[in-house]
Structures are given as structure tokens and as C-alpha cells.
Design a protein around this ligand. Structure first.
Ligand SMILES: C[S@@+](CC[C@H](N)C(=O)[O-])C[C@H]1O[C@@H](n2cnc3c(N)ncnc32)[C@H](O)[C@@H]1O
Length: 203
């Protein structure tokens, strides 16, 4: 079962260190330049989140909630900005991404932020998880890339915190996959749109 944990609306008033703010701003500028490029196909599934709000929510979570460990995984890390932010908060971070071109951008973020974390190319859905989808057209299903967990050498239930930014309409699917495969006590933090960040614990 998933138990919802209410993140207070005041979380957006939590201070963000100036250095983190600057890094987020420069990453956002890089995303804009990337998306403005006309000479390569658009990566339709990459959309920037509100990284300041995600940072504040993750910081609040770490300050107020019990965690079962320090391992953090970002499902579909894109530019790996949340992964980099999580590393600055002291977590052991892994980012998984299906698109090579985004992994290259994610590696640039890691270099810019000067943080320690690992990014893996592959599918963040554990083997068999696709069967839990009630719609075969969900964007998370359309990636013919191998399972990332085999490469990482860990299973989803080895992680204490999962972060995801589901495409509209697939938040339920991400929840169902987390509920089925995550460890008891693990947390799922989801960015579901502006002012819609959700936190769940598997009980
Ligand atoms: C909406 S973007 C969010 C990116 C990033 N998490 C963030 O918050 O900035 C979703 C990302 O998930 C990736 N993705 C979608 N399904 C995936 C899958 N099954 N395995 C790995 N990556 C996936 C997409 O390529 C895209 O980069």
C-alpha cells in the first residue's frame, strides 16, 4: 500500500543555497538552448521540472521523514538536475535514462555541479513492470532499451527514495510500479506539474 505524506505548501519558502540557485538557473539556460536547437530531432519526452520546488521538497523530506537508507534513484533523469541536487543533499544517487543524448547532457550537469553520482543508460522499469500498465501507449513504455538495474547491480528495492516526473496520465502507473517493486518503507517523490509534488511511502 502507498501512504500519502502531505508536503506543506510552505515548502516553497524553504531557503535554497545561492550556489544551488545559480546552478539550477544555468542548467535551465542550457535546457533552453538544447530545446532551441533546430538541427536535431526534439526529444519529446523531456520537459523541465520546477527544480527549485523539487529541491525544497526533497530537502524537507530528508529533514522530516524517516528514510530506510541513502540510496536515491531518478527514473528518467534527463539532464540529471534532480540527481545532482540530491547528491548535494548527501544522498547516494543513481540516474537512469533511456535517451543517450540526454545522458550526455546529464553528464554535463554532473561536471558543472561537481558532484559524485552515476548515470546509467537503460530502462527504469524493472523487468515485467510493463505488464502493470493499463494503457499500452504510456510514454514510459515506449523505450526499447535494456533493463538498467542489471547493469547497476541493484534492484529497485535496494533504493530508499525514488524520484519521477511522470508524463500527464501516467502518474498512476509510476505509483503502481513503485508499490509493486520498491522496498517497504521506501519513499516515492513525484513532480506532477507546477505546485503538484507528491510524496508517498510504501507501507
Ligand atoms: C518528463 S522527463 C523528466 C526528466 C527529469 N526527471 C527531470 O525531472 O528533469 C521524463 C524523462 O524520462 C525518460 N524516460 C521515460 N521513460 C523511460 C524509461 N522507461 N526508462 C528510462 N527513461 C525513461 C525520458 O526520456 C525523459 O528524459
Amino acid at each position: 500500500m502507498l501512504k500519502k505524506i502531505e508536503i506543506p505548501s510552505s515548502v516553497d519558502r524553504r531557503p535554497i543555497p545561492d550556489k544551488i540557485k545559480q546552478r539550477i538557473d544555468s542548467a535551465l539556460a542550457r535546457i533552453e538552448r538544447f530545446q532551441d536547437r533546430w538541427d536535431r530531432p526534439q526529444i519529446e519526452q523531456f520537459v523541465a521540472a520546477d527544480y527549485a520546488h523539487v529541491y525544497q521538497s526533497l530537502d524537507w523530506t530528508l529533514q522530516t521523514q524517516m528514510t530506510i537508507g541513502q540510496r536515491f534513484v531518478e527514473w528518467g533523469c534527463g539532464f540529471a538536475i534532480v540527481s545532482a541536487a540530491a547528491a548535494t543533499l548527501g544522498l547516494d544517487v543513481i540516474g537512469i535514462e533511456a535517451e543517450d543524448v540526454l545522458l550526455t547532457q546529464g553528464r554535463e550537469t554532473i561536471a558543472d555541479w561537481d558532484v559524485e553520482l552515476e548515470l546509467f543508460h537503460g530502462n527504469f522499469l524493472p523487468p515485467g513492470a510493463q505488464r502493470l500498465a493499463d494503457d499500452p501507449m504510456l510514454p514510459s513504455l515506449g523505450h526499447p532499451v535494456p533493463d538498467a538495474y542489471a547493469k547497476i547491480g541493484l534492484d529497485l528495492d535496494d533504493f530508499a527514495i525514488v524520484y519521477s516526473y511522470p508524463w500527464p496520465g501516467e502518474d498512476d502507473f509510476h505509483e503502481v510500479v513503485f508499490e509493486r517493486y520498491a522496498a517497504r518503507g521506501a519513499l516515492l517523490l513525484m513532480f506532477c506539474g507546477p505546485n503538484d509534488i507528491r510524496l508517498y511511502r510504501k507501507t
